[in-house]
Ligand binder design. Structure first.
Ligand SMILES: Cc1ncc(COP(=O)(O)O)c(C=O)c1O
Length: 391
């Protein structure tokens, strides 16, 4: 960037850099990418779109018009129905439709966060969330997780002597670690939010994609929506190209989020909302989600089996019960950022663990995604990475 332009930039963009996964998504077709967190778009019911569009153009004059800032009533209604499938009771009035759940997180931060305010996240965490927190100049404190999600003992330690505004968590099939927060820890999280008057930001795009084990109540359901802002998405169960997400929040907060949404983009596209709400109303979306889980389960199992076969005996990895990701950690001083360069030479990509931290941790870990690759590609991709590792 020419320096005469750079000198005009606002302070808040100085710390913003392109995310390593975004750069990785640009890898060529010859590369087996275990990097991206994309759903498999061949599983999306594209064949239903012409009939949906015909029905929408016959019935909805508002399809190409501006819409209400909080979303079309039919969309908010269907969102409440999707949340009910995970055991959450919410009124459509308490839902704000957003342009992907990424926008919901951005709006929440714009409403809540002053530069320097402390936000706690899991370590590792979703890098798109780190981008939002960086953009709003939050001070991010990352707390280690284990197989049962964020470690509450370390969380309580991190809270000592700090005024914390929010705890951001992906409690179910976490991105990037694949782990799920246990029910006991969820309950304690809600208690902490009440004790300390802070908000829990529960980001749950993967919750309906469970391949094994029993469902665990969302934090929002345990709290009754008092101190929890719930971020939902249709990206993983329907189509990310529609850019449809939402947040459910206490009314006082929702009011501010609506005002901020108006600032950001006036409203989410009506056409997307009509496609999604009609599809959710008229097709058996539960069967679609069941079909997705059948496909992704086989891929998860293939990845776990390939890791056992091709990774060194002292490597460890998580055992996700759903979602898109396995988090693997290597021993022997392997640095996964350097390993990625070698892996790209072998035509395979993954996300190096450091991307999921702001503080330089994660160098021994990697995120491996099984969602948008075939079983033979998973086997081959993991074998190629394994071949680069010391036995
Ligand atoms: C944890 C998490 N939150 C939010 C998002 C963004 O979802 P959306 O497409 O709804 O903006 C993703 C997408 O990968 C994600 O993994």
């Amino acid at each position: 960037v020419p320096s005469h332009l750079a000198s005009l930039f606002a302070q808040r963009v100085t710390a913003m850099v392109s995310s390593p996964t975004r750069d990785l998504l640009a890898v060529g077709p010859s590369v087996i990418s275990l990097a991206g967190g994309f759903p498999d778009t061949t599983l999306i019911p594209l064949e239903t779109v012409p009939a949906l569009l015909a029905a929408i153009s016959a019935r909805h004059v508002e399809a190409l018009q501006y819409g209400p800032t909080d979303g079309l009533p039919a969309m908010r209604d269907r969102i409440a129905n999707v949340m009910a499938a995970e055991g959450m009771a919410v009124s459509p009035r308490d839902v704000l439709v957003t342009t992907g759940s990424q926008q919901a997180l951005d709006l929440v931060c714009r409403v809540l966060i002053e530069p320097g305010d402390v936000v706690i996240t899991e370590a590792p965490t979703y890098l798109g969330a780190l981008s939002v927190f960086t953009a709003c100049q939050a001070s991010v404190v990352q707390v280690e997780l284990d197989a049962d999600g964020i470690r509450i003992d370390l969380l309580e330690e991190a809270l000592k002597g700090r005024k914390v505004k929010a705890i951001y968590t992906v409690p179910t099939f976490q991105n990037p670690a694949g782990v799920t927060l246990s029910l006991d820890r969820r309950r304690r999280l809600v208690e902490i939010a009440h004790e300390r008057n802070l908000l829990i930001l529960e980001d749950n795009p993967y919750g309906l994609l469970r391949y094994s084990g029993d469902p665990v109540a969302p934090v929002f359901a345990l709290d009754g929506g008092e101190r929890v802002v719930y971020l939902g998405s249709l990206s993983k169960i329907l189509a990310p190209g529609l850019r449809l997400g939402w947040c459910a929040a206490p009314p006082v907060l929702l009011e501010k989020l609506q005002l901020m949404k108006q600032v950001a983009d006036l409203c989410t596209g009506n056409l997307s909302q009509l496609i999604a709400s009609t599809w959710l109303a008229e097709y058996d979306w539960h069967s679609h989600v069941a079909a997705l889980t059948d496909v992704y389960r086989v891929r998860r199992d293939a990845m776990l089996a390939a890791l056992s076969q091709h990774f060194p005996a002292d490597a460890t990895w998580t055992q996700p019960q759903g979602g898109f990701f396995v988090w693997a950690t290597l021993s022997g001083g392997v640095d996964t950022t350097a390993l990625l360069t070698q892996a790209l030479g072998s035509n395979v990509a993954f996300v190096p663990g450091r991307a999921a931290y702001l503080d330089g941790r994660g160098g021994a870990s990697m995120r491996l995604s099984f969602s948008n690759v075939s079983v033979p590609e998973i086997r081959e991709g993991v074998a190629r990475i394994g071949a680069l590792l010391p036995a």
